[in-house]
Ligand binder design. Structure first.
Ligand SMILES: Cc1cc2nc3c(=O)[nH]c(=O)nc-3n(C[C@H](O)[C@H](O)[C@H](O)COP(=O)(O)OP(=O)(O)OC[C@H]3O[C@@H](n4cnc5c(N)ncnc54)[C@H](O)[C@@H]3O)c2cc1C
Length: 590
């Protein structure tokens, strides 16, 4: 993406990063060493998770009627939030030295899975605080700032919120208008209004992004306290879902922000914002996985208890298929979210594309699951006495916020293509005119030239060397094949469109979907292999789930690869143009 079309998905670039797993897939390489064996949970996390999830279950199960009421009244009362504080749920990722539990990203995502299996708004209140509200302080704060704020953030005395979006700046976050002007004494004066801020009405600590237009850069991040003169928030928004989670406008009217509350370097606020969003995505993914687990539990009970035509509906093939597909989606989403969390925990610097994939896949998986679980419940699913309609409303937001899934797909594609383009550029200068020769001409991975290039550079290396268990070895060939296909179609698209690929959204979506299937499939394969290696009693079902995912993924990938050359893009564009011109549905039977 160019600097003019920056979006909420743009990464915080880290200089000289080695390309991450998915960027390597765009080059036809499968990074075995990063994907296999599947990461194990740390012992410390396992012990803490046992205690935390039990406490969460005890507390939230006892409040299930209240949680339903909070959804209707669109508010979590203060005594309930105090209960969350008492359980330490605002301290999950804060270092022990500052009074927190210092959970890894993986363990944090697992806690959010547990809270989400009871209520999404609870996850939002905790998650917006940790994943985005005060994450910037953890990632970019000075020691002094951390000492000043982290202990009170850990206790929940300060609840945090992340203030980026404005009425004119959603996906196009670089176009914010909230302004901060530097005063002579080094302090800043902040003016503007943010919208749809999660925790807006209960937070007392805001991470705020404002246009500063300094020589160092356009946007700067600030730590702002709600109690300061000029800070206010609007009423709770009346939302479709996650209704009990506080969402409000937050306004800044001539707010004086002391110099010591600038977060990160002046002018680098956009990078700060993107780094926060990238590192926060596994929290949302964990929440989605928790949603799938609870939907499956509900659907299994419903299918087993409900009798029609003289037997439980669980005996009908169409119902069983839904249950199985929900479980496969859950296994794939869970395997991906925890792989990405582990990548972050292990200090990988280039994980933003993998994090975007985990968010896109998990959010869509839980939405599919809510649709299917509601369908299994039939008419009951539609009734507000049953939980399905609330879960369906609550999970709808997941593909909209923290980067819409459309923007994230574009980001996945363009990041991979950019990486492939850079390598192609290097090869081009190394191999002279081979790229432009009409007969030798390229097909980097398909012909003799391709094999030579591959031998010389490793570009297009395609075999998973890790010794997978025999039942999974055959599945691996699908990913080996389509990693090479991804490299091939990326090569073809870059060759055809050059820099104009940035405008080819239909092509980008296809490429992103291939990358999503590859990465999610490889995570699923790795997890199934690990379970087999442990002789886990659920390993056989995991192999079946990995097999089902891989077969579906192979069909989708084959379709997407074919559609790079033969598609209906022009027809779709034409219909859309007619509709937009007429501003109406154009047909009628009368
Ligand atoms: C309940 C809720 C809580 C939120 N919490 C927070 C918060 O705590 N902090 C915060 O800062 N923000 C928050 N947001 C804002 C959220 O991040 C934005 O809604 C989101 O980024 C999308 O922006 P938008 O709504 O303006 O949609 P738009 O950017 O207007 O997008 C509308 C549609 O157009 C598509 N689109 C836009 N640009 C492109 C493009 N270039 N190519 C293709 N398609 C495109 C989008 O994918 C989407 O489908 C929240 C929003 C909601 C609804």
């Amino acid at each position: 993406m160019t600097s003019d079309t920056r979006t909420q998905a743009e990464p915080a670039p880290a200089a000289n990063d080695p390309p991450g797993i998915v960027k390597q897939l765009f080059l036809g390489r499968i990074l075995d060493e990063s994907l296999f064996p599947y990461p194990r949970i740390r012992e410390r996390d396992r012990e803490m998770l046992g205690a935390i999830t039990e406490a969460v279950d005890d507390f939230l199960a006892s409040k299930s009627a209240d949680l339903k009421r909070y959804d209707r009244q669109a508010e979590q009362p203060e005594e309930f939030i105090q209960g969350l504080r008492d359980m330490g749920l605002f301290s999950l990722i804060i270092p022990e030295a500052h009074g927190g539990l210092e959970l890894s990203n993986g363990a944090y995502a697992r806690v959010l899975a547990q809270t989400s299996s009871h209520d999404s708004s609870v996850s939002l209140t905790i998650g917006a605080h940790s994943s985005i509200g005060m994450k910037g302080l953890l990632l970019f704060g000075s020691d002094e700032q951390k000492q000043r704020y982290l202990p009170r953030l850990a206790s929940g005395e300060l609840i945090a919120a992340f203030c980026l979006t404005e009425s004119g700046a959603g996906s196009d976050a670089g176009s914010i208008r909230t302004r901060a002007v530097r005063n002579e004494d080094g302090s800043w004066t902040l003016d503007g209004e943010k919208i749809w801020i999660t925790n807006g009405g209960i937070a007392v600590f805001y991470t705020v992004f404002a246009r500063t237009d300094t020589p160092e850069g356009k946007i700067t991040a600030f730590l702002v306290e709600a109690a300061w003169p000029g800070v206010s928030h609007g009423p709770h928004e009346d939302k479709m879902g996650i209704r009990a989670s506080s969402t409000t406008t937050v306004a800044f009217d001539g707010v004086r922000v002391p110099q010591e509350n600038v977060l990160g370097p002046v002018g680098k606020g956009f990078k700060v914002a993107m780094a926060i969003l990238n590192s926060g995505r596994t929290g949302l993914g964990g929440g989605a996985v928790g949603g799938i687990r609870s939907l499956l539990r509900l659907a299994l009970a419903q299918a087993s208890e409900r009798r029609q035509f003289g037997k439980p509906i669980a005996e009908f093939g169409l119902v069983r298929e839904k249950l199985a597909r929900m479980a496969v989606d859950g296994f794939a989403a869970e395997s991906t979210v925890w792989m990405v969390a582990h990548l972050i925990d292990s200090g990988a610097s280039d994980y933003s594309v993998e994090a975007a994939i985990s968010k896109v896949f998990a959010s869509e998986a839980v939405q599919r699951a809510s649709h299917e679980a509601l369908q299994i419940a039939g008419g009951n699913g539609f009734m507000r006495d049953f939980p399905y309609e609330q879960i369906t409303r609550d999970t709808r937001i997941l593909s909209i916020f923290e980067g819409t899934n459309e923007i994230l797909r574009l980001y996945i594609a363009l990041s991979g293509l950019k990486s492939a383009g850079a390598i192609l550029g290097e090869l081009q200068s190394a191999l002279g005119d081979i790229f432009n020769h009409p007969i030798k001409g390229f097909g980097v991975l398909g012909d003799y030239t391709g094999r030579r290039v591959r031998a010389a550079t490793g570009y297009g290396t395609d075999r998973i060397e890790y010794p997978l268990a025999p039942p999974l070895r055959k599945l691996a060939t699908v990913y080996e094949k389509y990693a090479v296909e991804l490299a091939r179609v990326s090569d073809a698209l870059l060759r055809r469109h050059g820099k104009a690929i940035a405008d080819q959204q239909h092509a980008q979506k296809r490429v992103a979907d291939i990358a999503i299937d590859l990465f999610v499939g490889l995570c699923t394969l790795s997890r199934a292999d690990y379970l087999l290696s442990q002789n886990d009693p659920v390993a056989a079902t995991a192999v079946e789930a990995a097999t089902l995912f891989t077969r579906d993924a192979r069909r989708r990938m084959a379709r997407n690869v074919r559609a790079v050359e033969r598609n209906e893009d022009a027809l779709l564009e034409s219909v859309a143009s007619t509709l937009l011109k007429k501003q109406a549905y154009p047909w009628d039977v009368i």
